[in-house]
Design a protein around this ligand. Structure first.
Ligand code: UT7
Length: 328
């Protein structure tokens, strides 16, 4: 049925930015008691990028945003909503989003950060989608930007081999829609959280607790145990809400934390391995940046094409988890 005045959030462009410095597994093996073999076998990660001294999350986010705007053929002033998913803001306040807004020369509309750790991009996308479909805003920059290297304990081999820095962004545009699943845009989003699991993945500092920035701490095995179940639940929610089947998906673009989690989730969902977009070997876990980074790579190399059905999913500290199904 055609709903008069219905709006849909359509992806108009995507872009990303990675810091120049590449940190290899071999280099890490000279810093802590680890090996390339262990890291590759347990995680699939081969290298990651690390921000230069003085290179902040907002700087990475601005570069990614400019790339997404160029891809969309739009100017900064066309944007009236900026949402940044990040857990590594430049400052406690103001938000990284307002820093990026100013750096882009956008002096209207609204910009704010959203904190859902590795699920940050999916949460930001879902939030932007709701703003755009309400008619309150017309074009959004949805950015995932992180400098996890700044909250890593570089003496802890159980975490320091896993993470990297980077940023990715998409431009979403509100367009009139007849509501059909065949039309482009965000088709459905599903967000969840459960705060009881804080201790399994957290940072041991903050302004109101210790007055310090703190370091990332993780019970990796425990996170792994929960991750596959959470991911498959929200992806199934997306299938149920739309009637789309795993066979109809063109691409599965999961949060890039660990290749084993990605492969196990896809197998459990009946999504063929040929549909997985994986960049974890090159980027490590870049938290909220990982999905838009992967989208950007797969768009640039021609894999994701207009009209493709693309499933995003993520799980992160909190726990938080979510999915988004997009007709690209
Ligand atoms: O965005 C969500 C964020 N987090 C995740 O998705 C992480 C989920 N968890 C994981 O990816 C995995 O649990 C890890 C990759 C973190 C660890 O893999 P695992 O297979 O669960 O290993 P484990 O923690 O059970 O450790 C196995 C062994 C231990 O030694 P012992 O006790 O068996 O002697 C560790 O001390 O591997 C040791 N180990 C390492 N050895 C070499 C832990 N880290 C390292 C390391 N290099 N970097």
């Amino acid at each position: 049925m055609t709903a008069v005045g219905q709006l849909r959030s359509v992806v108009a462009g995507v872009g990303s930015y990675l810091p120049e410095r590449v940190l290899t597994n071999a280099e890490l093996a000279s810093m802590v008691d680890t090996s390339d073999e262990w890291i590759v076998q347990r995680t699939g990660i081969r290298e990651r990028h690390i921000a230069a001294p003085g290179e902040t999350t907002s700087m990475l986010g601005e570069r990614a945003a400019r790339a997404a705007l160029a891809d969309a053929g739009l100017r900064p002033e066309d944007i009236d909503l900026v949402i940044v998913g990040t857990s590594t803001p430049d400052y406690t306040f103001p938000s990284t989003a307002t820093q990026i807004q100013a750096a882009l020369g956008i002096f209207h509309g609204v910009a704010f950060d959203l904190q859902a750790v590795c699920s940050g991009f999916v949460f930001a996308l879902a939030t932007a989608d709701k703003f755009l479909r309400s008619g309150s805003h017309k074009r959004a920059l949805v950015i995932g930007a992180e400098t996890f290297s700044r909250i890593i304990d570089w003496t802890d081999r159980t975490t320091c081999v896993l993470f990297g820095d980077g940023a990715g962004a998409v431009v979403l545009e509100a367009r009139a829609s007849d509501g059909s699943m065949a039309e482009r845009g965000v088709l459905t989003t599903h967000l969840r959280s459960d705060g009881r699991h804080r201790a399994k993945l957290h940072v041991d500092g903050g302004p109101s607790s210790t007055g310090t920035v703190g370091h990332l701490r993780m019970e990796g095995k425990e996170v792994f145990r929960f991750a596959v179940g959470m991911v498959t639940d929200v992806v199934k929610d997306a299938f149920a809400a739309t009637g789309v089947t795993p066979g109809e998906l063109r691409w599965f673009v999961p949060h890039q934390a660990n290749r084993r989690i990605i492969d196990m989730s896809a197998a459990k969902l009946g999504i063929g391995p040929e549909k997985i977009v994986a960049t974890v070997h090159l980027h490590g876990n870049t938290s909220a940046a990982s999905i838009p980074l992967a989208l950007s790579v797969a768009r640039r190399d021609g894999r994701i094409e207009r009209g493709d059905l693309v499933m995003l999913e993520a799980v992160g500290g909190g726990f938080t988890w979510g999915s988004a199904l997009i007709r690209w």
